[in-house]
Design a protein around this ligand. Sequence first.
Ligand code: FAD
Length: 401
Amino acid sequence: MDFEFGEKEEKLRREIRNFVKEELPPGYFSLVAEEESSDEEWEFAMSIAKKLAKRGWLTMAWPKEYGGQGASIWEQAVYGEEVGYWGIPGTSMGVSGVGWVGPSLILFGGEEQRRKYLPLIASGEPDGVWCTAYSEPNAGSDFANIQTRAVREGDEYIINGQKTWTSAAHRARWCWLAAKTDPDAAKKHRGISLFIMDMKSPGITVRPILGYSGVHIINEEFFDNVRVPASNLVGEENKGWYLLMQSLAFERASFGVGLYGSNRRILDEIIKYAKETQCRGKPLSCNPLVRHKLADRAIEVETLKLISYQTLWKTSQGIVPVYEPSRDKAYGDLVMERLAITGTEILGAYSQVPSPSKWAKLRGCVERLYSFAPAMKILSGTDEIERCVIGQFGLGLPKSY
Ligand SMILES: Cc1cc2nc3c(=O)[nH]c(=O)nc-3n(C[C@H](O)[C@H](O)[C@H](O)COP(=O)(O)OP(=O)(O)OC[C@H]3O[C@@H](n4cnc5c(N)ncnc54)[C@H](O)[C@@H]3O)c2cc1C
């Protein structure tokens, strides 16, 4: 089995590494979604997104007519891996347009919608930033239970309701919204539709939900008679469920090799720290306990790479992965959690100090990882739900109750 990439992919890898050297401060590393927190980090992330867009990398997988490069799956894999490894900002959740809105529009959006929204996303400009509003106070894993209503009135829909846990709603120009159009449908998933909502519309209130250490990534939104043009309905009314399931599959798959890349980088950083840090006159890395833990993490990180490659390989063979994105995401979450614990054990009290304190080690990445790992196991479908998918579609078990 040969896991080497071809010359085209390796050339791209070199170009991305040069880009990192030229555009990011030395030793730069940001963890997932960090960039959405402070205004300064957001501005920086957006400036990088524009540069990535200029090189055609931001949406390289898309067809050329919509602002892409028609890149191969393996070129995308290299890009995803490098983005994850170097923590290149401007590429993660705030630009969810790249990860799942764009691919969904390419697959099932109307031609007018494609022509309007895809070039905006591909531009890397703030007008191409999206948020995704599915979850509500009583609808998370039980997605079909959403209560936000969309009622048709002439050539508009009137939206009322509440969404919660929406990443980047405070940054987004557009919202990928799931709403109920037929509350009396015999089965609740049959009365759901998918909309594109302009976040500048009157009647939208966005409130922050602050995470650990005051980090602001997620929000709740209230919709009070928000008017959405009927042309912003994606697909057919009441048939949004099937589109949303596809969009969720894109979302889970978008973590893929990127999660391997970021975990690999953190492992490399911790290994370097263990080699450079002295304990009782010897490097920490001489301690058998430290070495065993690092070896365990290395096995896991490499396993994550291999299963992620397998999913990509299947896609390259025309096989649509069904349970694999759930498997890769659930395993990636586990690897991240274990790395966070190992990093905390090795850094000791320094692991508690966040960036930009002068006492923070490794740019505070272990502290950040430790506080974000539990959230990773929830967003985009909880680990339990991912395991339900693996059980049903990977192992042929009956549907769970
Ligand atoms: C950082 C972060 C960012 C997020 N961003 C977004 C976003 O941008 N847009 C958005 O719409 N949502 C977002 N979410 C919300 C996320 O999708 C939901 O939190 C998630 O789907 C779980 O829903 P819930 O919180 O309502 O928990 P619940 O569904 O109430 O689940 C509670 C617990 O019960 C378990 N459980 C539920 N049903 C089952 C079952 N059938 N079998 C086994 N176990 C089950 C769950 O696994 C979980 O442990 C985000 C969440 C986080 C943490």
